[in-house]
Each structure stands twice: as structure tokens, then as C-alpha cells.
Design a protein around this ligand. Structure first.
Ligand code: FE
Length: 198
């Protein structure tokens, strides 16, 4: 009699399958391991929220830059030496005001202006956030710690493959007059996604 309780593993784990694909590509000279290492390096050292923080701080202290940024985000961030991938054709900058809170999401998957605001956090990719932030944004923001008064209008922006967003948070009044380098330190990733205020 065969042992009916035995679990037959028909499919290898995701990790094993990835390793196997990588090994085959490497064997054929396609340098998969090199590419994976390069992407990891970019994600950890280059595509960091500090890039966006520099953009925001500059917009706070330099009205002419702010104007250019709101007119053409992609061109303005390039001035700071921050390139965007070719397919991120537009960077739309969403200015928060005392009565408007902008929030970004990607209802399809996980798109962000990742070279500027950093790779999306795990919750941004969750089905829960992607579906609920559109339907009940005020509740979702409250659950995430941002309890907005009813007079603040919430605008939710759905990212597409070629249009990426960054929220321009309001400068906290107590930081008016601070040097730009010091302002960079107070800008958080969540404030540039729009789920937090500063
Ligand atoms: Fe996406």
C-alpha cells in the first residue's frame, strides 16, 4: 500500500526556481547574476528617498525651481542630477496645500517614480492599499496615522507606466528659514507618497 499521507512536492520553491533560471542564463553568457547584483546595488544606494527629499527641500527654498518643477517635473529633477528611466515619460508634481492632500498609488501593481522617491514600500504593493485607498481614502489615511480634518480634500492619483508622481508636502512652518541641507533631513518617503504630513 502506498503511503497516502505523503506530500509530493511537484514544484520547487520560488527561490530554487529563480536560482535555476539564473544559472541557465549565466551558463549561456547572459550575465543574469551580474544584472541582479547591479539592480540590488541601485535599489539600495542610488534609488533612495533622499533624492526626492532634495527635490522637495529645493522647491521650498527656491521659488523659481518650484515653478519649473510644477511645470515639468522630469526636466526639473534632471537639473539636480536625478535622471529618470526613459519610460517614466512624465513626472507630475502634486502640491499639497492646507486644504488639499494628494496621495499616490498604483491600482494595477506597484509603479512609482522609484529613482526619485525610492522603491515602493511593501504596503504600497498590497492589494489592500491599492484597492481601498481609492474607495475610502480618508479611512485608509486615518488607519496609517494621518487623521485629516473634514475640510481637507483628498485627491488620489493612480500611477501609470509612463506617468509617475511625487507629492510636494507643505513645509512645516517652524522650519521656515532653515538651510536647504537641513530641510532635506526632514522629508520622508511617506510624505512624498502622501500618506503622511510633516
Ligand atoms: Fe504599477
Amino acid at each position: 500500500m502506498p503511503d497516502d499521507n505523503r506530500v509530493i512536492q511537484r514544484t520547487a520553491s520560488v527561490e530554487d526556481r529563480v536560482d535555476a533560471i539564473q544559472a541557465v542564463l549565466d551558463e549561456r553568457g547572459m550575465k543574469a547574476t551580474e544584472a541582479v547584483e547591479e539592480l540590488s546595488r541601485l535599489a539600495e544606494d542610488v534609488w533612495v528617498p533622499r533624492n526626492g527629499a532634495r527635490v522637495v527641500a529645493k522647491a521650498w527654498v527656491d521659488p523659481a525651481f518650484r515653478k519649473r518643477l510644477l511645470a515639468d517635473g522630469r526636466a526639473a529633477v534632471a537639473e539636480l542630477g536625478l535622471p529618470m528611466p526613459k519610460h517614466h515619460r512624465h513626472l507630475v508634481v502634486l502640491e499639497n496645500t492646507p486644504t488639499v492632500q494628494n496621495v499616490i498609488c498604483c491600482t494595477q501593481c506597484s509603479c512609482t517614480a522609484f529613482t526619485i522617491i525610492g522603491l515602493p514600500p511593501d504596503w504600497y504593493k498590497d492589494f489592500e492599499y491599492r484597492s481601498r485607498v481609492v474607495r475610502e481614502s480618508r479611512t485608509v489615511l486615518r488607519e496609517m496615522g494621518l487623521d485629516l480634518p473634514p475640510e481637507v480634500e483628498i485627491r488620489v492619483w493612480d500611477t501609470t507606466a509612463d506617468t509617475r508622481y511625487i507629492v510636494l508636502p507643505m513645509q512645516p512652518p517652524e522650519t521656515i528659514g532653515w538651510p536647504e541641507e537641513k530641510l532635506v533631513d526632514i522629508v520622508t518617503r511617506d510624505s512624498m507618497i502622501g500618506v503622511a504630513r510633516l
